[in-house]
Design a protein around this ligand. Structure first.
Ligand code: SAM
Ligand code: DTB
Ligand code: SF4
Length: 326
């Protein structure tokens, strides 16, 4: 415990090549709230200008009808939700929406699909989307699920910058949330993504009725990836009617802020994204998340199938907090 708290004074003090343990990360979570936020704010300043945030816009290019059974997700065929299935959008539709995102000030455009993983024929169709979005001068990101050999390389060749693939929760908790795949499957795809030379966007969800130890277990998995993910989305569960987690108890806002701070301290040079769930957060809580080291958001009126603060509200919040777009 003592050793851990010493490390936590600045994540740069963490000995090189030493893996984070769940106990190390729990010790960070257990710091007095103000001390934790202060240390995270300090670590943030070692690697970033804290007045700048990165803006990513999401688009669901293929919605619903997913064969996976993720307990949080409204797009799974295993749950009865109000999401209407939608086949893959055309390349022109995607490019039109990417242009809109660019005009609104987004720097990255993230295309998501409700697949366990892409079939080769589906992947081919997405390559044109990636090429054309990249030509607009936007950074490109895709989240298509599990990848097979060769698929990450094709995405890279088409101009993809980032691949988003979340670990979502602790390995011990995974089986309570998802039965149709294993943690190892996710780690395997993350390896393929790295191998292909893509940047990694990898994070998780809190509010799944998990314990603090589970949250620490997720952070350990993320922080021990080598190299660490360039981008770490921290999602607060958006509870959707019809999903097994529709009635999950709310996570206290302080615990969400602690999670952001712990992500910042353990992954000091990564972008930490305050991701899904912002619609349920006050501006003051969001401001505290930025103080605790969040420096990226999903920007645009919609996430994949659920709502997000509208662009005008986010612009007003950024102006109030003197935050500029990266
Ligand atoms: N099907 C692909 C996959 O699972 O990797 C890509 C899309 S999937 C919707 C991407 C991520 O969205 C999930 O890993 C999860 O972290 C997040 N997500 C899904 N439903 C959510 C919800 N209700 N609240 C918060 N995050 C959610
Ligand atoms: C991530 O970590 N969160 C995003 C994105 N990566 C793909 C998705 C959030 C989805 C929220 C529920 C929905 O809109 O369907
Ligand atoms: Fe499918 Fe992804 Fe939703 Fe899981 S999170 S059900 S893999 S779309």
């Amino acid at each position: 415990m003592q050793k851990t708290v010493e490390f936590s004074k600045g994540a740069t003090l963490h000995p090189e090549n030493a893996a984070w343990s769940v106990e190390d990360v729990e010790a960070l979570y257990n710091l007095p709230f103000m001390e934790l936020v202060f240390r995270a704010a300090e670590a943030h300043r070692q690697f970033f200008d804290p007045s700048k945030i990165q803006l990513s816009t999401l688009l669901s290019i293929k919605t619903g009808g997913c064969s996976e059974d993720c307990g949080y997700c409204p797009q799974s065929t295993h749950h009865e939700t109000a999401v209407e299935d939608q086949p893959m959008l055309s390349v022109d539709e995607v490019v039109g929406l990417a242009k809109q995102a660019r005009a609104n000030g987004a720097g990255r455009f993230c295309m998501g699909a409700a697949w366990r993983g892409p079939k080769d024929a589906d992947l081919e169709k997405t390559l044109d989307m990636v090429r054309r979005v990249k030509e607009l001068g936007l950074e490109t990101c895709a989240t298509f699920g599990l990848l097979r050999d060769g698929q990450a390389e094709k995405l890279k060749d088409a101009g993809l910058d980032y691949y988003n693939h979340n670990l979502d929760t602790a390995p011990e908790k995974y089986g309570d949330i998802i039965q149709t795949r294993a943690y190892e499957d996710r780690l395997d795809t993350l390896g393929k993504v790295r191998q292909a030379g893509l940047s990694v966007c990898c994070g998780g969800i809190v509010g799944l009725n998990e314990t603090r130890r589970d949250r620490a277990g997720l952070i350990v998995q993320l922080a021990n990836l080598e190299p660490q993910p360039e981008s770490v989305p921290i999602n607060n569960l958006v509870k959707v009617d019809g999903t097994p987690l529709e009635d999950a108890p709310d996570l206290d806002w302080t615990e969400f802020v602690r999670t952001i701070a712990v992500a910042r301290l353990t992954m000091p040079s990564s972008y930490v994204r305050l991701s899904a769930g912002r619609r349920g957060m006050s501006e003051a809580v969001q401001a505290l998340c930025f103080m605790a080291g969040a420096n990226s958001i999903f920007y645009g009126d919609k996430l994949l199938t659920t709502g997000n603060p509208d662009v005008d509200a986010d612009r007003a919040l950024m102006a109030k907090l003197d935050l500029q777009t990266l």
